[in-house]
Ligand binder design. Sequence first.
Ligand code: MOS
Length: 738
Amino acid sequence: MRFDSPADDNVIDRQRVVGQAVTRIDGPVKVTGQARYAAEWTDQLDNVAHGYLHCATIACGTVNRVDTTAAQNAPGVLAVVTTLDHDPLPLARESAAHLFGGNRIAHYHQAVAVVVAQSFEQARAAASLIEVDYSADDGRFELADELDGAKAIADVVVEGPDAHELHLVGDFWAAFTEAAVSTDAVYTTPYQSHAMIEPHATIASWDADQLTVWTSNQMLNWAKEDLPRALSVPAENVRIHSPFIGGGFGSKLFLRSDVVLAALAAKAAQCPVRLALPRPLIFNNTVNRSATVQRIRLGADLNGQLTAIHHSSTSGNLPGGKPESAILQTKLLYAAPNREIYMRLAELDLPEANAMRAPGEAPGLMALEIAMDEMAERLEMDPVQFRIVNDTQVDPHEPGRQFSERHLVECLQTGAEAFGWSARNLNPGSLRDGKWLIGHGMAAGIRNNVQLPAAARVRLNPDGRVVVETDMTDIGTGSYTILAQTAAEMLGVDIDQVEVSLGDSSFPTSAGSGGQWGANNATAAVYAASMKLRQAVLASLDWPADGADFSHGHVTSRGRSVPLNDCARQGPLIAEDLIEYGDFHKRFQQSTFVAHFIEAAVDAYTGEIRVRRMLAVCEAGRILNPITARSQVIGAMTMGAGAALVEELAVDPHRGFFVNHDLAGYEVAVHADITEQEVIFLDHPDAFSSPMKAKGIGELGLCGVAPAIANAVYNATGVRVRDYPITLEKHLGQLPAI
Ligand code: MOS
């Protein structure tokens, strides 16, 4: 099905199942332990051996020799494969670090060898016996030292069809110099780690030249091209299973060392191998979010109209890596006739920076939305009103492009009303509740909607059950449930009638789970396949192709009605289709919007910060399922609290690695840290997004959370912290006198 004009009224608009608060259909298998994750499929195979990595203890340099003698002779060891045994594997998609092979070490904890043994403990013990002779080079480990040498990025395309890195409109410097009111400050965000619960893990098994892997990967559509390429085997020889994923947050978008090394190890040991990255290796062996140094200059007139916006961001990465696109939101969020927005990238020898949890907007808004708060204060304007005044209905860099739907103002107004914003204290640092200083803050957020082709197969079985098959993944988001809802709606059956099978590379290729594009595209594929299945049902009845209704388990046309069950009595009816997008949508900017409101409390004596109350008001097209959507948003809000207050990878500037590489040292926020979270969804289906009229929501929930907290903390204390995370020592010395 080609989607090349805005969606008309269609079956989904009935919203009998889609849009309803359906509990997660995979909930029971998850809470009873029957949902299996990558490392848990050992019973599918006989004699599964265990792999364990030996990882580099230098950040940068050359491997001269790997002595595996002791490891080879250790109890239970079946094989040892070292990086010197292989040419460098081809770089994985969107990646800068070689996963294995060759004698160069580009980052700390890069894999140097994999040991296979009969037990996990034997593999681990033997891996520790490997001796590596390195020649270490000097490395560049501190972003702050590399800012001057950072390269401006002029023509790298990131995320979306037209996103370039340098954006100039009008004359920023003239407007900024003449502005009645201006702000100019530097904001910094730290290195962060995805810290998903399920580690990167794979079981790999070869049958002659056929490879099967059970792995934890967000994007099977990419992995099924990338894994064969990495291993130099034909694509048809590789089968990938990833039916349940315990979070990824971007770290499982692309191949990681577990999957390629499990495959190489299984080949060498001639038996299936299970390889899970131990938590302490994940932080430096895989990927992270780069720190950023961002400068924002705003100019406004006395009415609070922005006249000039400058946003520049510098991040770091390995040579060949990409920048953290922290400027994306600034292109679209607010009107201003004069604009200068760009990124710079510094080469560093730290582990690779790559996509993490709303890449771009999450750290970009952490800067922009504090700057907006500072400007509102200078203007003596309500920060909600300041944002409303500067709303835009067109892309400020291409004013001919309107937003398909944009209701940020409604988000702001609805949120202000529901939160009780007007009652807040206007005098920072002056509201106390016992020992706590109380503050309120808000921020806006934006995240784009991405359309990607996606396919699905839908089958009506003789017993009347409907089966959906696609290689779409469910990373904990609710894909199973919304795909079942879509098929149930389209075919007019109860959701209990629908089974969904995901995460198998042999199924039709879907959009995968990334960039908050999964829900809309994957359900649109099921919509397309279901439309075809409806035609197959009608054809089986010799009924006309138009004018039929599928409801309550029956198909009805021109006064005749039969149970849907009857239509597949002779054998299953199967339909498969692909949703593809024409380019009409490029004339419109498709984005999602949010307003966040926060109540924070700061201990007047110790500076300790608590988030007491969070409210998000989201506009993201049709909400396919308010329960799973809410779960996405409150999870994202919790991540935002982590970004604001605790999450930071500490760099060892001498040895070049992230020191706090486990979940004891790298703290993340959890729901129990936050007393109250509320989410309100606006109802604005977007006819430009797909027949589902839905858009992404998962990452939107994170966009703007951290600066809203920062602004609330400022309102509580009167101390402005522009360096995340806001840990207590950053404001303790300046808290109001007691
Ligand atoms: Mo997301 S960072 O695209 O998994």
